[in-house]
Ligand binder design. Sequence first.
Ligand SMILES: *Cc1c(COP(=O)(O)O)cnc(C)c1O
Length: 407
Amino acid sequence: MKKHHHFETAVIHEGYEAKDILGSLTTPLFQTSTFTFETAEQGEKRFAGEEDGYIYSRLGNPTVSALEKRMAALENGERALAFASGMAAVSAILIALTKADDHILCSSGLYGCTFGLLTMMEEKYRITHDFSDMRTKEEVRACIKENTACIYVETPINPTMKLVDLQMVAEVAKEYGIPVVVDNTFSSPYLQRPLELGCDVVVHSATKYIGGHGDVIAGIAVGSKDFLDQVAATTRKDIGGVIAPMDAWLLLRGLKTLPIRLDRHCDNAEKITQRLKNHAAVKHVYYPGDAEHPDYPLMAKQMKRGGGVISFEIDGTKEDAQALLNQLQFLKIAVSLGDAETLIEHPATMTHAVVPEHSRQKMGITDQLIRLSVGLEAWEDIWEDLEQALDRLVKKRSDKIVSVGEK
Ligand SMILES: *Cc1c(COP(=O)(O)O)cnc(C)c1O
């Protein structure tokens, strides 16, 4: 098949040829659990791998294959695998890369359930892990042990929006022959392509920007054909976290507008960042697309733009943070991100509640921190709702000062 060179074309065409399937413009939904063989001998050949073709949808399905081909092209990898959730992808990859008594080196912030998975792997299989800010090559080298089986990086780091230099980490990992796995959920391949920077495996919660419409839970892994062939034949097949055909179909549909959506998410996030920075109720704003963010030069080096997620700290208490959320008129209080709707959440009590208090403090997840997934609405409307809720906080504070003064 012809390789589509521009990203905006590949999201629409890659991995599917209409002429192969009765001219259907969109990828058909193969809602089937199994595939029939014409003869017993054909079944034997399929199982022996001597003949191409489908067997059973846990092993492969044409709608899922189309999605996998498209995602491999978009991340510039050799092969992609789709999973039932982001966590199914993360766990299949980490289990494939490690054995009992190994060590995993992680970036200093991780998605809450990835943290939970690592804790379980330590308790059950003595697979230990360490966290590193990974600011310099020396810092990364110092954390690599004899039994380090892989380096696992999230960037931007959820929810503090710090970045890790992927090319630098990949260069150090090469010295030791250790694979680098990157959770690319926050950026999507439109904004950042870790494999092009020398990393080995990309994982996604496709639930977020890839689906983009808040109606699917799904995951993706992309990397070399050799490694993903092995994952397909072992951890995905035997643990069984495969994506449903309908969900693969929804992701193919969502992907077509990925670049358009992401550009709008970024436009809106840039506008909202500037306004948050100038509001009296806000102490800090963390957005890598902001020229004053300490990692802005790194953003410009490895990402196309800053993405659609902003975190900010309010000047107040945990109760003030919760009051701010409760005061919103149409913005939705919800975890997840990357949807058309703007979503707002309180990491300390929601997405990162499973992280022990001392680790949370180290990761910069304070009670005052709020995470905003900026949606596709008009930015003026998003800001109007945020502003009235923030104004209320400022007013409450000045009322308090007055009442203290009156005593
Ligand atoms: C949501 C998320 C996950 C987990 O994905 P699910 O699809 O919910 O299983 C993993 N990593 C990051 C960064 C996420 O935001």
